[in-house]
Design a protein around this ligand. Structure first.
Ligand code: F6R
Length: 551
């Protein structure tokens, strides 16, 4: 989005590379979206939660919709605002005050040529100050070749730019807000990574925002209910096969604990490449849930097709809108994690875990199994996670950095966990091996004594997930067994536990199984720092591809 006015030729433009949230990627859903009868054009990054209600009332007023986007709703709403207010700025603010959710939005209008209005709420927006030209964008790289002078907008702020002027106003009052200009020192390469050294690190640090985005529009605050309208028309599964590969499979294994505990739905986690080649038993009331960030993984897609051929209803849990799995599933829930560039998956798993938590609560709600107190605690804890995680990530990274050197010569690692921390152990091991090329095995800690403990010696470290939950005493005993074989131990734990290990890594606890949302990034950061320290190609590990579209 830019406003540019060199000499006498005025050029104002808005544009948006859309990451689809509502409506498939198609020309009619592309931006800009037009409001009213061509009175204005807008681009929008984010999600308008109450777009359905707003759309209903706009349809009743005779507005014609040409797309499936929530953006078009906003465009028509601004056009409607024009009838109720004195100026374009007022109409813009009038409409935005009614829109709940997340947005960074910019608007052009023939009524005020040469002006761009933009605003932000829970989605990034930056103003770029040039000479005879100004810019607004979601990200600094969009205008970095033209200016390094920026103003960071805050939630609830509107900015009005022309080629020679800019002002920031409060959305509520339209009073001016004082802002300071900052100068960016990054080069283009690091700007694309938001100043981070690698995409993987950026994506790890995006997780608080990802959790917020996943929860957006999915909780009815007033009645403390989960809203997953995608599933409303399907029955509650009598038994659920969760099918996926790699990291997505680990998310599914983690989700099993929640489905079984809260919704009392028996779950069978399945590796897609195994499921598709077994004479699998699917009962008439069974359903499958396929999890895939890309929505294109060949084995997962084949497993979905097989299940559907056998008459089974299939739900897709995917990140990429309009990819193959969503097109072929009976229902789809999008994780809304945004593009994941790094080959090693991080924020996608976090987003899958949020949706799995919501799904388990949703089915418990439909089965009337969840007592109000547990539901209240679960929702409160979920909503607290973004702030809790954002506060913890910097110190987690520091701890990870300190831990690397003593372990960087290790040839192999064990990752141990029990209960819902067992899938996290598998994921921790996968992350370490795929980007640092250190051999790592994830094991259920109670299973160690059935063979693998033979490997333990002073050169073979163990990364134990020892969270403060009911299984802590058991994990503690397993750690002692490792120490009795002189194996070095890093223990990832919560405040208040008592453990004597080589390196104790204490992270904040969250309610119930949600401590996983803090343990996961700690392990991601450990692998990241290890791979970076060892000089590996973090974002593009050898032999791996982001989408595995072959068997
Ligand atoms: C690991 C990783 C892979 C993917 C797996 C499934 O970091 O990225 O294990 O999780 O290839 O991919 P999706 O989720 O796209 O089906």
């Amino acid at each position: 989005m830019l406003s540019h006015h060199p000499n006498t030729v005025a050029l104002n433009a808005i544009g948006h590379t859309r990451w689809a949230t509502h409506g498939v990627p198609a020309e009619r859903n592309a931006h800009p979206q037009i409001g009213g009868n061509g009175e204005l054009a807008i681009v929008h990054n984010g999600i308008i939660e109450n777009f359905q209600e707003l759309k209903k009332s706009l349809l009743a007023k005779g507005y014609v919709f040409r797309s499936e986007t929530d953006t078009e709703v906003l465009a028509h709403l601004i056009a409607e605002g024009r009838k109720h207010t004195g100026s374009l700025l007022e109409a813009f603010a009038w409409a935005l005050r009614q829109a709940h959710g997340a947005y960074a939005v910019a608007m052009l209008c023939p009524e005020e040529p040469g002006t761009i209005l933009a605003a932000r709420m829970a989605a990034p927006m930056i103003l770029g100050i040039g000479v005879g030209e100004h810019f607004v964008a979601s990200d600094i790289p969009a205008f970095l070749p033209y200016t390094r002078d920026v103003v960071f907008l805050q939630d609830g702020e509107i900015v009005r730019i022309t080629d020679h002027s800019w002002e920031v106003l409060a959305l509520d009052t339209l009073n001016p807000v004082q802002k300071s200009i900052q100068t960016i020192q990054w080069d283009m390469q690091s700007a694309r990574k938001g100043g981070y050294k690698h995409f993987m690190l950026k994506e790890i640090f995006e997780q608080p925002q990802v959790i917020t985005d996943c929860l957006t529009g999915r909780i009815d605050e007033e009645h403390e209910r989960i809203l997953l309208p995608e599933l409303d028309s399907l029955p509650v599964p009598a038994r659920l096969h969760i099918i996926a590969c790699g990291t997505s499979y680990h998310a599914g294994m983690w989700g099993q604990h929640l489905f079984e505990d809260w919704a009392r739905i028996p779950v069978i986690p399945e590796i897609a490449s195994e499921f598709r080649y077994r004479n699998v038993i699917l009962e008439p009331d069974d359903m499958v849930l396929v999890i895939s960030q890309s929505g294109e993984t060949a084995d997962t897609l084949a497993a979905l097709r097989l299940a559907r051929e056998r008459g089974c209803l299939a739900i897709g849990l995917c990140n990429v809108v309009g990819s193959s799995i969503p097109r072929e599933a009976n229902a789809v829930i999008y994780t809304q994690a945004g593009p994941e560039i790094s080959v090693a998956s991080t924020k996608a798993m976090c987003s899958q875990m949020v949706i799995l938590s919501l799904m388990a609560l949703y089915y418990a709600q439909r089965k009337r199994l969840l007592d109000p107190q547990t539901r209240h605690e679960a929702l409160k804890a979920l909503k607290a996670l973004p702030d809790q995680l954002a506060l913890s990530l910097p110190s987690m990274r520091e701890t990870a950095q300190k831990l690397i050197q003593p372990y960087s010569a290790a040839r192999s690692f064990f990752y141990l966990g029990r209960g819902h921390a067992f899938p996290l152990a598998l994921e921790g091991a996968l992350k370490l091996k795929e980007i640092s090329y250190i051999h790592a095995e994830g094991y259920a800690s109670g299973e160690m004594k059935h063979g693998p403990i033979a490997l333990i010696d002073p050169e073979f470290p163990t990364f134990a997930i020892a969270l403060d939950d009911a299984l802590f005493p058991k994990v503690k005993s397993n750690i002692v067994e490792v120490q009795a074989r002189r194996g070095p131990v890093i223990a990832l734990t919560n405040p208040g536990t008592e453990l004597h290990v080589d390196h104790l890594w204490t992270i904040p606890a969250a309610w119930g199984p949600f401590s996983a949302f803090l343990a996961l990034p700690a392990m991601q950061l450990f692998s990241y720092e290890m791979a970076d320290y060892l000089g590996k190609d973090v974002d593009q590990p050898r032999n791996l591809a982001k989408s595995v579209t072959v068997e």
